[in-house]
Ligand binder design. Structure first.
Ligand code: CA
Length: 243
């Protein structure tokens, strides 16, 4: 059974989510503040977390930061009351997999949960990538998928979901890993922001290409060295992994 942890201080929203997701067949665990949410995330080992942004004790940012810092890759959908791009982008920078702005419909919530769980299956983008490769033949990978991709001292172990630079482990969120993997599999080929967005985040993000830039920036920071050490910016077009 898929277990979902809801961290939300507003009782009516928490109950609405719980009622609808339980009737959908999910197992639900709930917390009313960030601190309890964080301990439940560790104790209950949920498959997905719905995380409110404005929370007592610890806010949503602090919760996700603590999770990622501890190396917990659990997919997180942020719930934000503010229709503010800065908040969304910040949430994504901290390692959220998706976000929803309140008020949201129950059907949309269910669809987002299914999409995030699907994308995170098998610990990465392997499933969605295969199905997309069949649907969109022109995007076939330039470098056929192998288990381990090596670019200079960067090593991407796809089945192990592990990235190292000069032998040192780099902790990436699921999205960062998918982004790096997609770029690496298409080494030397420019991928547009739209293409990356569509491939990694899905159709519901259409047009929000800034999401790609934010993740590329974060990824570069984690990989270290010069900004274009591995990932080159092709002005006005997109990004390209070093040949
Ligand atoms: Ca709240």
């Amino acid at each position: 059974m898929t277990k979902i942890l809801v961290i939300e201080d507003e009782a009516n929203i928490r109950e609405l989510i719980t009622y609808n997701l339980v009737s959908e067949g999910y197992e639900l665990v709930t917390a009313e503040n960030g601190e309890d949410g964080l301990s439940l995330a560790k104790a209950e080992n949920p498959d997905l977390i719905l995380l409110d942004l404005m929370l007592p004790v610890l806010d949503g940012y602090e919760v996700i930061r603590a999770l990622r810092k501890a190396g917990n890759p659990v997919p997180v959908i942020m719930l934000t009351a503010k229709n503010d791009e800065v908040d969304k982008v910040l949430g994504l920078e901290f390692g959220a997999d998706d976000y929803m702005t309140k008020p949201f419909g129950v059907r949309e919530l269910k669809a987002r949960i299914r999409a995030v769980l699907r994308r995170c299956e098998n610990g990465g983008a392997m499933m969605s990538e295969r199905s997309e490769a069949e649907e969109i033949p022109e995007t076939k990978n330039a470098n056929p998928p192998t288990d381990v991709l090596v670019i200079d001292d960067l090593r991407i172990d796809i089945p192990g979901h592990e990235v190292t630079v000069a032998g040192k482990l780099v902790a990436l969120t699921l999205k960062e890993f998918e982004l790096l993997k997609t770029l690496a599999e298409n080494r030397g080929i420019v991928l547009t922001r739209d293409r990356l967005l569509d491939r990694i985040w899905g159709y519901e993000y259409a047009g929000e290409t800034r999401t790609v830039d934010v993740h590329v920036r974060y990824l570069r920071r984690k990989l270290g060295g010069d900004e274009d050490r591995y990932i080159h910016t092709i002005r006005g077009v997109g990004y390209k992994m070093k040949q």
